[in-house]
Design a protein around this ligand. Structure first.
Ligand code: NAP
Length: 352
């Protein structure tokens, strides 16, 4: 007999974290009954069982309680956190969706089950396409798309360009490095452990890489790895690394600014400044912040290209899977350490 009420665990924001890594002091898990009976689902809505949730650094920037220009607006207190996710339709009041459809949404509640308007669903996923579902949150999701916009669209990667990628073993970095290699660049990455340095060289094909935690003088490090200067820097971390890069950029270098994760846990007055921004004038550098949401008109081009690379084995990925919705706070905190390889995803319910 069909289940009509489920107990659904969900994470909500109990308090803002102005600085530091948000913990269970700020994020709280509660259990709520959710009716799945068709009578209780509004028209043009679907009931969804969450399968995978993407854990991304920008989520932290929505929990500071301060509107300081980063990504999306702040979550409200008591609001259920939302995140990119993959789910399975359980009940549908929209003829475009049927029970069993696998769907993608950029703003699913971080919960086990939900009822959402069908208009928020981005698309259906074909589970027979031969691509593992978490990959739709990784290479084929926000990190992969950010890497593509950064390297191909704004970075204008071409054969022979010298490309540098920070947070090179993360969700964005692992794809960015491989895309830049496919475009014929010489690619160097920075990351936070020796194991990750090995990973990005051996599995993601980086020409070379270094552990930034072991380097005392980034300027000297970049002199060693970039004797001919930097043409493209995909900026993921900010602060001292950006400052060092600006001393090594070639004329007309491109710096697509994807994020600055080293600064997300400080209030803005405590963040580190960059002293040599003037170099972008003399070197006529194009340094440009971007949000993937502004490039959705290119998402279809990206998807075709990336699906091709995945099927041909030209791009590989590593996904760190946390088990169960209860792992959300822990998995979010892990983004601010060097503990994980690749893209961080929560498996909420096992796909059938
Ligand atoms: P991710 O997979 O979660 O990787 C985060 C990694 O950042 C960590 O594993 C850690 O790796 C590194 N990190 C953490 N704290 C650091 C610090 N203080 N200094 C240097 N590195 C640090 O993240 P992601 O999804 O790849 O995101 C990378 C960047 O892209 C973030 O800044 C994110 O906000 C941004 N982003 C932007 C867009 C956009 O539309 N603009 C879209 C997606 C992501 P290490 O071991 O290397 O330290």
């Amino acid at each position: 007999m069909a289940v009509n009420v489920v107990e659904s665990k969900e994470w909500y924001l109990a308090g803002y974290a102005a600085d530091g890594v948000p913990t269970t002091d700020h994020l709280t898990l509660r259990s709520v009954p959710l009716s799945l009976s068709l009578d209780s689902i509004p028209d043009a809505h679907v009931a969804v069982q969450l399968l995978f949730i993407s854990v991304d650094p920008y989520l932290r920037t929505r929990m500071s309680g301060q509107e300081d220009g980063l990504y999306f607006p702040q979550f409200s207190l008591n609001q259920v956190i939302t995140a990119f996710g993959v789910g399975r339709v359980m009940r549908s009041k929209d003829e475009k969706y049927s029970e069993g459809d696998i769907v993608l949404n950029a703003f699913f509640p971080v919960a086990e089950y939900c009822v959402v308007p069908s208009s928020v669903l981005i698309r259906k996923i074909d589970p027979e396409a031969g691509i593992p579902l978490p990959e739709y949150l990784s290479c084929l999701g926000v990190p992969g798309f950010a890497a593509w916009v950064g390297i191909e669209v704004l970075g204008e990667a071409k054969p022979g360009s010298n490309a540098f990628i920070s947070a090179a073993a993360g969700g964005v970095g692992m794809v960015a490095g491989q895309l830049a290699k496919l475009k014929g660049c010489r690619v160097i990455g920075s990351t936070g452990s020796d194991a990750k340095v090995r990973l990005i060289k051996e599995e993601f094909g980086y020409d070379d890489a270094f552990n930034y935690n072991k380097e005392v003088d980034f300027d000297a490090t970049l002199s060693k790895y970039f004797p001919n200067g930097i043409d493209i820097y995909l900026e993921n971390v900010g602060s001292k690394m950006l400052e060092a890069v600006l001393n090594h950029v070639n004329p007309h270098a491109r710096i697509p600014v994807c994020g600055m994760i080293s600064q997300y846990n400080q209030i803005w007055t405590e963040r580190e400044g960059v002293r040599n921004l003037l170099n972008i004038v003399g070197k006529e550098v194009r340094m440009e912040g971007f949000l993937v949401g502004s490039y959705l008109d290119r998402f279809a081009d990206f998807t075709v290209e990336m699906e091709g690379y995945l099927k041909q084995g030209k791009i590989s990925s590593k996904i760190k899977i946390y088990e169960g919705i209860q792992s959300f706070a822990e998995s979010l905190g892990s983004l601010f350490s060097s503990s994980n390889f690749g893209k961080v995803v929560i498996e909420v319910n096992k796909p059938r």
